[in-house]
Design a protein around this ligand. Sequence first.
Ligand code: ADP
Ligand code: MG
Length: 403
Amino acid sequence: FSRGKTNKDKANRATVENVLDPRTMRFLQALMNRGIISDFNGCISTGKEANVYHAFAGNKQLMNNNSQEQHTKEKLPSEDTANLLLADDGATDNDKEDENEPPKLVGQRDEYAIKIYKTSILVFKDRERYVDGEFRFRKSRSQHNPRKMIKIWAEKEFRNLKRIYQAGVIPVPKPIEVKNNVLVMQFLNRGDGSASPRLRDYPYKDRDEIYHFYYNMIADIRLLYQVCQLVHADLSEYNTLVHKGRLFFIDVSQSVQPEHPMSLDFLRMDIKNVNFYFEKMGIDIFSERLIFQFVISETLPNFEGDMNNLSDLMDYIKRNLIVKKTAEDEAEDEIFRSLYLVRNLTGLEERDFDRFTEGKFDLLKSLLAHDNEKNIPHAEDFDDVSDSSDEESSDSEDDDDEE
Ligand code: ADP
Ligand code: MG
């Protein structure tokens, strides 16, 4: 059977180079024929897993705009709009949560970013860990079929975008529609027709602006976690766009809910990436451990001020975090990075048995038993973290069963 497998791999590889496979082409052509989009030409980005294209909304949108007006501004497109977009290939099994919501209509032609996932199994293989253990996608037993797998990814990105967009606390491109491997969202325009820059490419005016975006980023990570109930899980200066003075998170297909067994590892990784970038930019940063605890603490406040106002942000951030300075701080972060984090139903549990045996128990204990006791059990409480639905019970647990 190895030959069969090879042929299949070749076929899959072929679609990597040719992201616009015939089916995708037909779908896009149908969108143009119906006037949903027009001028589908500019490629904004070619990536490993997806390409992103620019398109203007087509005539259909103008007609809609003339016939219907005055809809609330935070709503997503209605089923009508979805059907217009998707009539081509039959019904989708997207969630239809807001099927009764009216479309958001504007007086001008919108611009869309069309993200087209490549239909190759190869590059998606390592992504299964994000879906495994993801409760919202438990039912999707199609992980062996690459086309279905990609459909799941596109839908996952769409859902996550929608979740963030509807929560209304963090800016993201407005999700428009999804079908198979194609995701349509609002195009973030820099103002001159080109795409808004990634944070990585943003020409900072001054040092204050670097601080501003660092604090903005930290406040947003917390809002994403606390309000949207998501961990980005691929956060970096590459997946953040600067648009109208604000950070916009993009590329959220792999984002997970806090209940995901790996969510805290992803969060820690996000914080590390962000810190690494801003440290490189030459500003004072906070320790990864402190940011982490700040993000997950249920007792600390969310930012409610004006995100465009640096002194608002600064007050907020400085009240909750202290600058990382000493070598000791760095040593702590190093240990923090190596901790084995486990999320159980009652909170965060940290175990790192190697560290225990290396005699670093006390340091570990002081790291973990910091503040917000609600969230983080003290290290000495490990054996007491018992939850009826938690399968991983400790051996040394002293049973006080009441029968
Ligand atoms: P990938 O999976 O390839 O990383 P992304 O979602 O990160 O895909 O998008 C790739 C690039 O396309 C981004 O870095 C950004 O420059 C551009 N891009 C993505 N979405 C938008 C958007 N809504 N508006 C403008 N540019 C976008
Ligand atoms: Mg990206």
